[in-house]
Design a protein around this ligand. Structure first.
Ligand SMILES: [Zn+2]
Length: 556
C-alpha cells in the first residue's frame, strides 16, 4: 500500500473507479466501442506528447480515461445520446502539466520580510544591518525579521550571528539565502529555534566543520530552522494548498510533486483533505536528519493515478551557486582562497543514504547542483555494481552540473534529471561565479535529451508553466541548450510522469491514459517566446472531470 491518506475509503474508491474505467477503455478499444464515451473534445490541435502520432484533432473520454484519439470525424462517430461534445474551436490541447519540483508551505510565526528590490536580492551586510535597525524600530518585538539575501552577505567575513545580535538584540532575525540555502540567525532567533530543533531531531549531527562557522547555518542545519518554524496542519495550511491547486489548475497543471516538504506526509494529507484534492498531489519527504532510518511509510514511488500519494526521499548533497555552496570540481571565480563549495553530508552519510535506498527500494531524489556533487553522487551509485539503477530512477533535482563528460554516466545509471527552467535566467550570477570557465555547459537541457537522459520539469520558483517553458526554449544562460516548445512540453508532462513512475498512467494523450489535459488560451507552439507567460488554461480536465473552466467553456 503506497497511499497514505487518512480517508482510505476515498482512495480505495478512486482506485476502483480507475480499474473500472480501464475495463471500459479496453472494451472500447478491443470491440470497436460498446459504450459511448462520456465526453468528446474535437476541432482541436491536440499535442499528444507520445509521438504516436505527435498531433491529432480530437479525443474521447470515458470515466477518468482517454478511450480514443483521432480525427474529429472519427472520434465524433463514437458519440452516443449522453455524450457531452465540446468544440474547442481550433485551440491547442496538451496533456496536463506535471510540476515535478514545487515548494509551498508557510510559517507559524509572525514574520516581516525585509526586502531589497524586486529581483534576486544581493544587499551588502551594511545595508542589511541598516534595514534591520529601521525595521526593528517600527515592528513589535515578537515579530521575526526575515531578510532574503544573496552571495555578497555570505562572502563577507564579517557576517556572523553576533553582528546581527549587536544591531538587533530583541527581535528574532533570520537572514536567508534567496535560493533557500544558508541562514544566519541572531541570538534571539537562536534562543527560540535551538530547543525546537533539539527536541525534534535530537540525533542530528551538526554539519561538517566549516559549514556552520560563526553561526552561519548551511545545508540541513539551515533547513531545520525552517522546518522547526513551519506551520503544522491547520486551516491556514489547508487554505494555502487550496489556493495553490486553484492557481495550478488555471495554468493547466494537473499534477504537483511537492518536494522536500518538511511536514510529514500524514500532516500534509490531513491538510489537503480539509479542502479536498482537485488535482494529483504527491509528496516527496525530506527528513531533516539524513541519518534517520526509513520510516514505515517509505515506499519506492507514488502511483500517479490517485489524488494523493507519498513516496521517495529527498536528500541534500550540496547548496546552490548563489551562496557558493554548490560543490564544484573547479573553484569559484569571485572569492579568494580556492573555494569549491562543499557537501552537506559526509561521504559516509552519503554512502549510508544510498545503501538504505538499495535496501528499501525507496526512490532517491538528490539535490546535487555543482558538477562536483553530481560526479560524487554518480561514483557512489556506481559502487553498488549489482544494482540496476535504471529501474530505480534516481532523481537529480536541479542537475545543473551534469557536465558533458558526465552525460554518458547519467544515461547508463538511468538518472532522471529534474530541471528548473527559471534557473536558466541567472546569467549574471553564473558569469560572476564561473569566471573564465564560463557558464556554457552548465545547466544542460538539450544535451540531456540528445544523450537519452530522461528529463522532467519542475518550477522550484514561479509556478507558471508557461514562464518555465519560455526559459526552457530561450535558455539565456546557454542558448545552445534550449529546447523546442514540443520538447519542453514533453518534459513537463511525460517526463515528469516518468520521474514518478507514472508514465503508463498519465503524461501523454492516448487511449488508456488518464484524461488529464488542458485546453490552452493561445497556441504555445506558434507564438513568440515572450508571449508564452500570458497563456492560461481555458479548460482543465483531471481524470475526465472538468476541474476548471473559463469562457467560452463552462463546468456544466
Ligand atoms: Zn527546490
Amino acid at each position: 500500500m503506497r497511499i497514505n491518506i487518512n480517508n482510505r475509503d476515498e482512495v480505495r474508491m478512486m482506485k476502483q473507479s480507475h480499474i473500472g474505467s480501464v475495463a471500459i477503455a479496453l472494451l472500447l478499444a478491443g470491440c470497436g466501442g460498446l459504450e459511448a464515451p462520456d465526453l468528446i473534445l474535437h476541432n482541436a490541435k491536440v499535442f499528444t506528447a507520445s509521438g504516436e502520432p505527435e498531433w491529432t484533432q480530437a479525443l474521447a473520454v470515458a470515466g477518468d480515461r482517454i478511450v480514443e484519439i483521432g480525427s474529429s470525424e472519427a472520434v465524433l462517430a463514437l458519440a452516443g445520446p449522453s455524450t457531452r461534445i465540446i468544440d474547442v474551436e481550433g485551440r491547442v490541447i496538451v496533456p496536463g502539466f506535471n510540476d515535478a519540483h514545487l515548494h509551498t508551505g508557510s510559517y507559524r510565526i509572525k514574520r516581516e520580510i525585509v526586502q531589497f528590490g524586486d529581483g534576486p536580492p544581493d544587499p551588502t551586510l551594511d545595508e542589511v544591518i541598516d534595514s534591520l535597525r529601521a525595521a526593528a524600530a517600527r515592528t513589535p518585538v515578537d515579530t521575526w525579521l526575515w531578510v532574503p539575501v544573496g552571495g555578497t552577505v555570505f562572502a563577507d567575513p564579517r557576517t556572523e550571528s553576533s553582528r546581527l545580535t549587536e544591531a538587533v538584540p530583541d527581535h528574532p532575525v533570520v537572514l536567508q539565502g534567496w535560493a533557500g540555502h544558508g541562514r544566519v540567525l541572531n541570538a534571539a532567533a537562536e534562543r527560540q529555534v535551538e530547543p525546537l530543533i533539539a527536541e525534534r531531531w535530537p540525533r542530528s549531527p551538526r554539519p561538517p566543520e566549516g559549514a556552520s562557522r560563526k553561526g552561519v547555518r548551511h545545508g540541513y542545519d539551515g533547513f531545520r530552522v525552517d522546518a522547526a518554524l513551519q506551520r503544522e496542519p491547520d486551516s491556514v495550511l489547508a487554505a494555502e494548498f487550496d489556493q495553490a491547486q486553484a492557481e495550478a489548475l488555471a495554468w493547466g497543471i494537473t499534477s504537483i510533486q511537492m518536494i522536500a516538504y518538511p511536514t510529514d506526509e500524514q500532516s500534509a494529507a490531513a491538510a489537503l483533505e480539509r479542502v479536498g484534492p482537485r488535482l494529483r498531489w504527491s509528496f516527496i519527504r525530506m527528513p531533516m536528519d539524513p541519518n534517520a532510518p526509513a520510516g514505515p511509510t517509505d515506499q519506492p514511488s507514488s502511483e500517479g493515478a490517485v489524488l494523493f500519494s507519498a513516496g521517495g526521499v529527498k536528500v541534500l548533497l550540496d547548496g546552490s551557486p548563489v551562496e557558493r555552496m554548490a560543490l564544484l570540481r573547479g573553484v569559484y571565480a569571485d572569492v579568494p582562497d580556492d573555494w569549491s563549495g562543499m557537501t552537506y553530508m559526509s561521504f559516509e552519510q552519503l554512502r549510508a543514504v544510498v545503501a538504505r535506498s538499495v535496501d528499501t527500494g525507496e526512490q532517491l531524489a538528490v539535490h546535487a547542483v555543482g558538477d562536483g556533487a553530481v560526479s560524487l553522487l554518480f561514483r557512489t551509485l556506481q559502487q553498488h555494481d549489482g544494482i540496476d539503477w535504471s529501474s530505480r530512477r534516481v532523481r537529480l533535482e536541479h542537475g545543473d552540473g551534469v557536465a558533458e563528460d558526465l552525460l554518458e554516466v547519467a544515461r547508463a545509471l538511468g538518472i532522471v534529471v529534474v530541471q528548473n527552467p527559471t534557473h536558466f535566467s541567472l546569467t549574471e550570477l553564473l558569469d560572476q561565479r564561473m569566471g573564465q570557465v564560463g557558464r556554457s555547459g552548465w545547466q544542460p537541457m538539450h544535451s540531456l535529451v540528445r544523450a537519452g537522459v530522461p528529463v522532467a520539469l519542475g518550477s522550484d520558483g514561479p509556478v507558471n508553466p508557461f514562464v518555465n517553458i519560455m526559459f526552457a526554449v530561450l535558455h539565456p544562460v546557454d542558448p545552445a541548450e534550449a529546447l523546442s516548445v514540443e520538447e519542453a512540453v514533453i518534459a513537463y508532462t511525460r517526463g515528469s510522469a516518468y520521474a514518478q513512475f507514472a508514465e503508463s498512467e498519465k503524461g501523454t494523450l492516448e487511449p488508456g491514459r488518464l484524461a488529464d489535459l488542458a485546453v490552452l488560451s493561445q497556441d504555445i507552439f506558434e507564438i513568440a517566446p515572450d508571449q508564452l507567460p500570458a497563456t492560461t488554461s481555458l479548460l482543465t480536465l483531471v481524470g475526465g472531470s472538468i476541474a476548471q473552466a473559463k469562457p467560452p467553456f463552462s463546468v456544466r
